[in-house]
Ligand binder design. Structure first.
Ligand code: SAM
Length: 192
């Protein structure tokens, strides 16, 4: 079986096992992953973190765009997909765990970007709020949280610590998706 077919089979079997956690019916398209990767920081020494990488389509586009694998951290809840990703991207730091525990997983590490494919539509309001606070505590001031969703109308900045700086609808995806970019303000976080 080709690497692509193996990756798709793993993705689809995770949807069958945990449809709510996956929150989708198909992996993101290359067009969607590229739209996210356009927001890589241009001059940063800190790593970036990817949340919910699945089998790695966004990861792949981040690296193709020139981001060094050693400076990529990913947090994936599925044990099987985390193992697959670590094999596929051996120099990246893959954490198998819950993005709602992001600050604990990262220790003291701060990041220069958050690339999230997490299915926020299945998060409770409390979980969404917890995620926002976790991201706020690890993201360096002035840097971006890039989030896609299938809700292509409306949407608003997740908290007063972030402001929306851009959004783009990617029609070449099943279903069409919106990439939203939120920038963390320059005030230091008061903690998570
Ligand atoms: C919509 S899929 C996106 C997969 C891939 N990035 C893509 O774009 O095709 C959502 C991913 O988030 C993961 N996930 C869901 N909840 C999570 C959580 N709380 N912490 C970490 N990963 C989570 C799922 O296991 C799944 O891999």
């Amino acid at each position: 079986m080709s690497a692509k077919a193996h990756s798709l089979r793993l993705f689809l079997s995770e949807i069958a096992r945990a449809p709510r956690r996956m929150g989708t019916v198909w992996p993101s398209s290359p067009a969607l992953a590229e739209a996210m990767a356009r927001w890589l920081p241009t001059s940063a020494t800190a790593p970036v973190v990817e949340l919910g990488p699945g089998t790695g389509i966004v990861t792949e586009k981040l690296l193709e765009a020139g981001w060094p694998e050693e400076r990529l951290i990913a947090v994936e809840k599925s044990e099987r997909m985390a193992g697959y990703l670590q094999h596929r991207f051996p120099r990246a730091r893959i954490h198998q765990g819950d993005a709602l525990q992001l600050a604990r997983l990262l220790g003291d590490q701060k990041v220069a970007g958050v690339f999230s494919s997490l299915p926020l539509k299945v998060f409770t309001p409390q979980e969404a709020e917890q995620l926002t606070r976790q991201i706020e505590s690890v993201l360096l001031p002035g840097h971006n949280w890039i989030q896609y969703s299938y809700q292509i109308v409306n949407g608003h900045a997740p908290s007063s610590s972030f402001h929306a700086v851009d959004s783009e609808i990617v029609w070449q995806n099943l279903p069409p998706a919106k990439v939203s970019v939120y920038r963390r303000g320059n005030q230091q976080s008061q903690g998570s």
